[in-house]
Design a protein around this ligand. Structure first.
Ligand code: PNS
Length: 166
């Protein structure tokens, strides 16, 4: 039996913290589906779901079929069942992540008890990295090189310029 896990998130955009988590996940699971969650009615993301998936695909291009990049709307647990994944992976950085993750895990378990959520600790060099902060720093002209994959950097800088100029 192939052990498939879904790694969901906004990935707006993917950061090197996410990449670190995917690499750790590949040591435990046969296949990891990195899944961009979007809400078609209300999405304040900088990048469209298609742009986010394209950045995921390019980031993981060398990993072959063990990593799939995809996007979904609707309930995460229903998506996991559709993809025949029994595990949802979430990353934990600092203690601050815990409350939010705890609530989501309990709700997902209530909805679909057969899907288990597993947490992994991000590598310590990524403890302070988040898509939100990376966007804020990029918007204010700060250096975000090394915080996001190389394929993301020019797109992030370009989008930050567009946002800054209104
Ligand atoms: O990267 P994020 O923004 O912290 O990821 C949050 C995400 C995408 C995992 C969460 O918003 C989610 O699961 N969205 C899908 C809709 C859903 O199932 N909502 C109920 C969660 S309890």
């Amino acid at each position: 039996m192939t052990n498939v896990a879904v790694y969901p998130g906004s990935f707006d955009p993917i950061t090197n913290g996410h990449v670190d988590l995917v690499q750790r996940s590949l040591q435990v699971f046969d296949r990891v589906i990195v899944a961009v969650a979007f809400n078609p009615n209300k999405d304040s993301a900088w990048f469209t779901p298609e742009e986010r998936v394209a950045m995921l695909r390019e980031t993981f291009a060398s990993h072959g079929s063990r990593i799939e990049a995809d996007a979904f709307s609707g309930l995460l647990v229903e998506y996991a069942v559709r993809k025949q994944a029994r595990v949802i992976i979430r990353g934990l950085r600092a203690v601050a992540d815990f409350e939010y993750e705890f609530q989501m895990t309990m709700m997902n378990r209530h909805l679909t008890p057969q899907v288990e959520t597993i947490f992994m600790m991000t590598g310590e060099s990524h403890f302070y990295t988040s898509s939100r902060l990376v966007k804020e720093v990029a918007m204010l002209g700060g250096n975000v090189a090394g915080l996001v994959p190389d394929v993301v950097l020019p797109r992030l800088r370009e989008r930050a310029r567009e946002k800054a100029s209104g």
